[in-house]
Ligand binder design. Structure first.
Ligand code: ZN
Length: 257
């Protein structure tokens, strides 16, 4: 085994609990449910060393308490009392070192989906919860289009090869919408066939990469003429700036069938 690997533990309908593991230990990102984590730890005979939380939604933190009953480990998360188990609250630009693994993560505040959402970036990886998805972005439950635009822009500053570990398997349905919002995009068609093949074999389409998102994700392509044109057509008026384009395609996708 390499120094470590990152394993997706499926949970609920389409969540992934990303698990960083080596031969003896594991750390989990967004354990919405404890059961798949405990099963995995038992089966692989691993000791849990840390929990990372990106945001307060139950399908990302719901397993914290039960995991902590089994093992008292540090819990890294945002400044938000809605996640009571967090032991180390982290703000934008702060760094943390993952216990045992020694991977240094930088924390990036990315409001939009929720107002206190954070991402962890380090070791060539980005754990971005429900803010950035492959070919999509999270719904704006507590934030504005401007915040989501700025948060996605912050994430896109990571190196192109950065592996993007998103909270849900939404890629195929996101591609169906993206083909309407960015109709001439060839990279999108290519991704559709490779993603379909993976899903047909029951495999995750993730991680994505920053380069792949720049090429295929309409929510980070709000300056592309084709996306501006499609969004303006949906809105029924010319859209003057990328934030208006993002707002229009976010609303369009909410109603897309
Ligand atoms: Zn969420």
């Amino acid at each position: 085994m390499d120094a470590f690997e990152v394993v997706p533990l499926p949970a609920f309908t389409d969540n992934y609990i990303w698990t960083i593991r080596d031969a003896r230990r594991a750390a989990v990102v967004d354990p919405g449910d404890a059961a798949p984590v405990l099963d995995f730890l038992r089966r692989e005979q691993l000791e849990l060393v840390a929990i990372l939380n990106t945001h307060h939604h139950a399908d990302h933190v719901g397993g914290n308490s039960e995991l902590l009953r089994h093992e008292k480990v540090p819990v890294f998360g945002p400044h938000d009392d809605r996640i009571p188990e967090v032991t180390q609250r982290l703000a934008d630009g702060e760094r943390m070192t993952l216990p045992h693994f020694g991977i240094e993560f930088e924390v990036i505040e990315i409001p939009g989906h929720t107002r206190t959402h954070i991402a962890f970036r380090g070791g060539g990886m980005l754990f971005c919860g429900d803010t950035l998805f492959a070919v999509g972005c999270g719904r704006l439950f507590e934030g504005t289009p401007q915040q989501m635009h700025d948060s996605l822009a912050k994430l896109m500053r990571a190196p192109d090869a950065t592996r993007v570990y998103c909270g849900h398997e939404y890629t195929l349905s996101n591609i169906r919408f993206a083909k309407a919002a960015d109709p001439a995009n060839k990279a999108l068609r290519e991704l559709e066939s490779s993603a379909q093949q993976l899903r047909d074999q029951g495999l995750p389409t993730l991680p994505s990469t920053i380069a792949q998102e720049k090429a295929t994700n309409p929510f980070v392509r709000c300056r592309e003429p084709a996306v501006i044109a499609a969004a303006s057509n949906y809105a029924g008026k010319p859209l003057p700036d990328p934030v208006s384009v993002l707002a229009a395609i976010r609303e369009w996708k909410n109603n897309f069938r």
